[in-house]
Design a protein around this ligand. Structure first.
Ligand code: ADP
Ligand code: MG
Length: 627
């Protein structure tokens, strides 16, 4: 009577477990692709309908499953990849937790066809709510096909949580690229709603990178290749001119597994050092291979984060490998690196990496090459490369504060922009006059950020960037909603080649982007032609402006509920606003203030920050008068 604890039925337990592994269509895509890779397939085809909400199907020509295994595969904790806990430290496969298929079977309707080479017939299985509803022999090629239909059909709350098709498709493309990039010798294709989006012939890594990221990379990849006993670092890095203003094409794979690591990312970024303009990010596809014992991939259910036994050493190796590659290919001609022979004889850091070993390493000459000045691989610990600051480097630009530095640093461009800025706006201004700010009195710019402007009874302190954001926000909103765009035509049509993922996104956004003042046309296969841009975009900066807009859109930090157009308006505002830290002329300050007070809501930015503070006479008096 008073006993209340029950065991959960399997399907419920699996649904709960599925919450961790299968969060959205893209997570299922990842698991199915990885299973095909683990099955030693040489051809893997992914079919998607409705961004994976209706169908996700993966067909491979791998080793297939026996009749019994086919049934077993969908049980929870059913795996052929590990047998005991020891195996966990020698994982060579992508999967090992035995959870993916069980999770998928708990939240979708699944159909499996599979056949092993040595068998004449294959097996067909249909599963719903974790229960096999049909099983029969079938004819099938060697390999496996798994279709999952109507993801989350039985968990409506989760289904409602899914984002728009364009967002979910973008996640799917991301996962697809990550797996395809890691296994260039496997053929991969991705077909979405009947249209083949990727067709990646088997080849080498360089070919795969170019296939995936676009042919603009063809002559711009520098090979990285370092072998040590402790780890191997290899892959390609982009020449400095492939650097982007946002962290776009950056891929790290540890033992072929895509990982996100802000820490290692920082290692690469700092290796480029002064070769990159401030606030731009290098492109890279780097593989780190090391003994599985040296890492823990089991810290995260989707295995996107791993723990390194010794993170600092890995950091140092990655950084030096990139430095070395840049030097070897004369991208950094002044640096004369020759990789120290010590790096080849890394017994000091070979496994297992105990504390004693660590001490030995610290005193080895290899370690010194990383830590002593005037050594080739010295890792500078100047204030800007201090490891403890690496996190700051990765804090995404927030609406409130991050905007300020969004795109600082290219002074020449900014100057040209200012000239344009002045000539464009010379309309009389009533609101401004009402406030009786007299412009004969010179404006004072404080710290290249604030403008002091006197008023008849006091003064105002205006934040130049926030003020300009308000101005641009209203201008772009008006353009977007009333179609009153001011497009400046490009002198020549500009060709824009994008990676597939970005091309999919730009196609989705094209109407909205054009409503904002761009004039962009599709030009087949991931190519676009820019015929015009909003008036604030600098000539010569058109391409970059579109790429930046896409990146900002992807990483938009505001609320989810905004429409696509509103997000674009905000991104464009942020992109084109005059930045704090930029020197302004009298004329520019005047125009800025006039424009500000012509706005409908001059006193705050769209995110609610004040654009100016007014100090009135009585307030000033009170500050100085004792009572
Ligand atoms: P894991 O990959 O962690 O072992 P999964 O639930 O993804 O767990 O798969 C369970 C088992 O099913 C795998 O260990 C493998 O033996 C088998 N399996 C899954 N997909 C395939 C496939 N495409 N080809 C052959 N065997 C597969
Ligand atoms: Mg798996």
């Amino acid at each position: 009577m008073s006993d209340i604890i029950q065991l959960l039925p399997d399907n419920i337990a699996n649904q709960i477990a599925a919450g961790e592994v299968i969060q959205r269509p893209a997570s299922a895509v990842k698991e199915l692709l990885e299973n095909a890779v683990d099955a030693a397939a040489t051809e893997i085809k992914l079919f998607i309908t409705d961004a994976g909400k209706a169908l996700i199907q993966v067909i491979d020509n791998g080793k297939g499953m026996s009749e019994t295994d086919a049934r077993m595969a969908f049980e929870r904790h059913a795996t052929s990849k590990i047998k005991n806990i020891e195996d966990l430290f020698h994982i060579k496969t992508m999967g090992f937790r035995g959870e993916a298929l069980a999770s998928i079977a708990a939240v979708a309707q699944v159909e499996l066809k599979t056949k092993k080479e040595e068998n004449t017939t294959g097996t067909y299985i249909e599963i719903e709510n974790s229960t096999v509803v049909k099983q029969e022999p079938c004819a099938f090629n060697n390999g496996t096909s798994i279709s999952m239909k109507n993801l989350f059909f039985n968990v409506p709350a989760r289904r409602n949580f899914l984002k728009s098709n364009s967002v979910e498709m973008r996640h799917i493309v991301d996962e697809f690229i990550r797996v395809a990039m890691a296994f260039p010798t496997i053929f991969f294709s991705l077909t979405s709603n009947g249209q083949e989006v990727f067709h990646l012939e088997a080849g080498n890594l360089k070919q795969r990178i170019v296939q995936v990221l676009g042919s603009s990379y063809n002559s711009k990849l520098v090979p990285v290749k370092e072998h040590t006993d402790y780890l191997d670092v290899y892959g390609f890095i982009g020449k400095p001119d492939t650097a982007k203003k946002t962290r776009g094409d950056q891929y790290f794979f540890v033992n072929n597994r895509f990982i996100k690591s802000a820490y290692l990312n920082h290692a690469v970024n700092t290796a480029y050092d002064s070769l990159l303009p401030k606030d731009s990010f290098p492109s890279y596809v780097l593989f780190i291979d090391l003994d599985p014992e040296q890492i823990d991939i089991n810290v995260h259910p989707t295995k996107q984060e791993i723990k390194f036994e010794d993170e600092k050493i890995t950091y140092a190796f990655v950084q030096s490998a990139v430095k070395h590659a840049l030097a070897q290919f004369s991208i950094a001609p002044s640096l004369d690196f020759t990789l120290n022979a010590d790096i080849q004889s890394l017994s000091a850091v070979s496994n297992p990496f105990t504390d004693e070993k660590k001490d030995a390493t610290t005193s080895s000459s290899l370690f010194k090459t990383f830590t002593q000045k005037n050594q080739a691989h010295f890792i500078e610990r100047s204030s800007n490369s201090e490891l403890k600051h690496w996190k700051d480097f990765f804090t995404p630009a927030k609406e409130e504060s991050g905007v300020r530095n969004w795109e600082l640093g290219n002074n020449e461009k900014q100057e040209i922009r200012n000239e344009e800025f002045i000539t464009k706006q010379q309309i009389p201004n009533s609101l401004y006059e009402e406030r009786e700010i007299k412009s004969e009195k010179p404006f004072v710019q404080l710290h290249n950020t604030y403008i002091i402007s006197t008023t008849p009874k006091g003064f105002m302190l205006i934040h130049q960037q926030l003020a300009h954001e308000r101005i641009l926000y209203e201008r772009y909103s008006k353009a977007a909603h009333q179609q009153q765009t001011v497009t400046q035509k490009s002198l020549f049509p500009i060709n824009l080649e994008l990676g597939v993922a970005d091309a999919v996104l730009l196609n989705e956004l094209l109407d909205d982007v054009n409503a904002l003042g761009y004039h962009i046309e599709t030009f087949g296969n991931n190519s676009f032609v820019i015929q015009g841009t909003p008036a604030d975009v600098l000539q010569g900066n058109e391409k970059h402006s579109v790429e930046l807009l896409l990146e900002q859109f992807k990483h938009f930090t505001g609320e989810v509920k905004f429409s696509k157009r509103e997000k674009l308006v905000r991104c464009l505002t942020r992109q084109n606003a005059i930045k704090a830290g930029q020197q302004l002329s009298q004329k520019e300050m005047q125009t800025l203030i006039e424009d500000l007070f012509r706005c409908n809501t001059p006193n705050t930015t769209v995110t609610g920050n004040p654009t100016f503070v007014e100090f009135k006479e009585d307030y000033l008096d009170r500050m100085f008068t004792k009572w």
